[in-house]
Design a binder for this molecule. Structure first.
Ligand SMILES: O=C(O)c1ccc[n+]([C@@H]2O[C@H](COP(=O)([O-])O)[C@@H](O)[C@H]2O)c1
Ligand SMILES: Cc1cc2nc[nH]c2cc1C
Length: 341
């Protein structure tokens, strides 16, 4: 029986988990059937074939298409930068948002190359979240409202969503979340981010260890991990992933930071990411570890470590091509090509 609502914002989020839609298995069957008749040896498009089945399952479409793809980039600032864990100053978050608007960032060009929509969600950059070594990142109301705001990325009839972020200091935030959710040692989850040296990485591990130790009693509740150790862009990305599930829009997740948002949902329910494709494995070393724990196989491994949704957008190009190929190819019967004996 559903529990009596208490009116607490997190309960509204928690209540969505059992409501998540499942895969459309009938659509997958139709795709498999067509796949078998296309003019190519069976299985010869490898993972592209799996991708089309994944699209069918989560778009709920027997003939899946990617005609309105969107890359959503969420930007937030972090009080933990006061601890000297990032080589670039916090103003860079705002400056890069201006660069996105002017079309000068890497993500702008990848979106042009693959004809992808791009929307940037700026999340109160003038109000960094609390320094997680001494206080909670957010209160419950802010965290829940930001998750809800992220859900707005799934709007306007989009048929595929890629999520990425921009936020100086957020590889520290991602590492704290991963350490909080998946345990181990802080050093297992830490990396150079935008370019820390070995000494900086060691200092960053101490900062992460301190933040997680402060919250030892609350690590069993993933939404509390998000509220205490997270950031606004992480909360918004978690909301976008959930909204994709509810509205039948499959989601491509970017690098280490975006994966930390996905990990919150995974910890709530391991099936919560079934509609997600992990676009790439970042060069941030702990990304691979996180994906392995969650049993996810990334599509690309290009040595990228930029964020901004760039790895997810690269994968989106492949997903678009997979859908187009399945949709547009001739069958053996159409083309008069002899079948195998
Ligand atoms: O997501 C990743 O795999 C990733 C790896 C390294 C850096 N980043 C980006 O770099 C910024 C965070 O790095 P830092 O060193 O400031 O923590 C932030 O804007 C991220 O988008 C992102
Ligand atoms: C220049 C710059 C661009 C970025 N894009 C995503 N994170 C970034 C961090 C920096 C420092």
């Amino acid at each position: 029986m559903p529990q009596t609502p208490t009116g607490l914002p997190f309960d509204d989020i928690r209540n969505l988990i059992p409501e998540m839609l499942g895969p459309d298995t009938a659509a997958v069957k139709v795709v498999r059937e067509r796949e078998a008749h296309l003019t190519k040896p069976a299985g010869s498009l490898g993972r592209m074939e799996e991708i089309v089945e994944w699209l069918a399952a989560w778009q709920g479409a027997q003939r899946p298409k990617v005609t309105r793809p969107l890359v959503a980039v969420f930007a937030g600032n972090h009080g933990v930068t006061d601890q000297g864990i990032a080589p670039f100053p916090r103003e860079v978050t705002h400056q890069m948002v201006a660069n996105f608007a002017a079309g000068g960032a890497a993500i702008n060009q990848i979106c042009i190359a693959y004809d992808l929509g791009l929307k940037v969600f700026e999340l109160a950059l003038e109000l960094p979240t609390g320094d997680i070594t001494i206080e909670d990142a957010m209160d419950e109301k802010t965290c829940a409202a930001t998750i809800a705001y992220g859900m707005e990325a799934v709007a306007g009839g989009i048929d595929l969503l890629a999520i990425g972020e921009m936020g100086i200091g957020n590889t520290t935030i991602a590492a704290a979340i991963m350490h909080g959710l998946f345990g181990g040692e802080a050093r297992d989850w830490v990396g150079p981010g935008t370019g820390l040296n070995a000494e900086g990485v060691a200092r960053k591990a101490e900062v992460i260890a301190k933040a997680v130790a402060r919250n030892k009693g609350a690590l069993k509740d993933p939404l509390e991990v998000l509220r205490r150790l997270g950031g606004r862009e992480i909360a918004a990305m978690a909301g976008a992933i959930l909204a994709g599930r509810m509205q039948r829009v499959p989601v491509i997740v970017d690098g280490y930071v975006a994966t930390s948002a996905a990990a919150i949902l995974y910890a709530m329910d391991p099936g919560a990411l079934d509609h997600c494709l992990f676009g790439h494995v970042s060069a941030e070393p702990a990304h691979r570890r996180a994906l392995e724990i969650m049993g996810k196989r990334p599509l690309l491994d290009l040595g990228m470590r930029l964020g901004e949704g760039t790895g997810a957008a690269m994968a989106m190009g492949i997903v678009k091509a997979a859908a187009q190929t399945h949709d547009g190819m001739a069958t053996f019967a159409d083309a008069g090509v002899s079948v195998s004996e």
